[in-house]
Design a protein around this ligand. Structure first.
Ligand code: FMN
Length: 241
């Protein structure tokens, strides 16, 4: 299967609302696109995400119902659901520290200062940010504000800020996935119109997990692309200083 260039894939990608009933997509290729998704840049490389790839027809039907049976869900051949797992931060810190240590062991050019500062970032700084402390991080936030009067500080320290951070990274992975799918001539529709509680139950997710979006996948029908692409004039959103 030949792949499109990145710029071609970006242009090819549209939100497809009606997928071709007669055309199946290969779950192996979809899985590969998810793997490419997981190569996205992400905050502190904590990879606070999971990807649920749904190919089982019974589960597909249930997910479609939870998406109000909107056309992109009802006609989807498979679903990919990127899930934000901010709650896994401690586990991911351990994975990063283990990786840093094993790379250090392998290295011929060992610099103890460098590894110490990398490990301290994961073991001292990140727990302060992700642990947030009392009152959903508001105390941290006030302390940061006071410190910030005189010096440059990292201000995103509230629980809600960290939620945004985790969602940003997962959305970047989702975008990598969408473009990868377009690269293979596969189509997608990103959806946030769904009952998150029902979908979480269906996937067996804990309360602490959050669904970033649900992505319907298949092959486009001509009527599945609802008209030409609309974007506000680029000059309205582009600022060059
Ligand atoms: C986070 C997000 C949620 C979306 N939710 C829906 C949705 O529930 N249903 C739908 O048909 N399209 C949904 N869309 C698709 C947008 O409407 C679409 O991306 C936009 O109109 C631009 O069109 P394009 O993707 O073809 O360029 C969503 C897109 C994003 C990024």
């Amino acid at each position: 299967m030949s792949e499109k260039k990145v710029s071609e894939a970006i242009l090819y990608r549209r939100s497809v609302r009606v997928f071709d009933e007669k055309k199946d997509i290969d779950p192996v290729i979809v899985k590969r696109c998810i793997q490419q998704g997981a190569l996205a840049p992400n905050s502190s490389n904590l990879q606070l995400w999971e990807f649920y790839h749904i190919t089982d027809t019974e589960i597909i039907k249930k997910i479609s119902t939870a998406c109000f049976n909107q056309p992109a869900a009802k006609t989807a051949k498979q679903f990919v659901i990127p899930v934000v797992r901010k709650d896994l931060w401690k586990k991911r810190i351990t994975s990063n520290v283990d990786f840093i240590k094993s790379e250090y062991e392998k290295s011929n050019n060992k610099d103890p200062k460098k590894i110490k500062s990398a490990i301290s970032y994961y073991q001292k700084i990140l727990p302060k940010i992700y642990g947030v402390g009392n009152l959903g991080g508001w105390l941290n936030s006030v302390a940061t504000h006071v410190k910030g009067i005189k010096k440059v500080v990292y201000r995103q320290v509230k629980k809600s800020d960290m939620r945004v951070v985790a969602h940003k990274s997962t959305a970047l992975a989702a975008q990598n996935f969408l473009v990868s799918m377009a690269g293979f001539g596969y189509d997608t529709c990103t959806m946030e119109g769904f009952d998150s509680l029902r979908v979480k139950k269906l996937l067996g997710l804990p309360k602490t997990a959050q669904i970033s979006m649900i992505i319907g996948c298949g092959i486009r029908t001509p009527q599945g692309v609802y008209g030409p692409r609309f974007r506000v004039p680029f000059e309205e959103v582009y600022f060059h200083k």
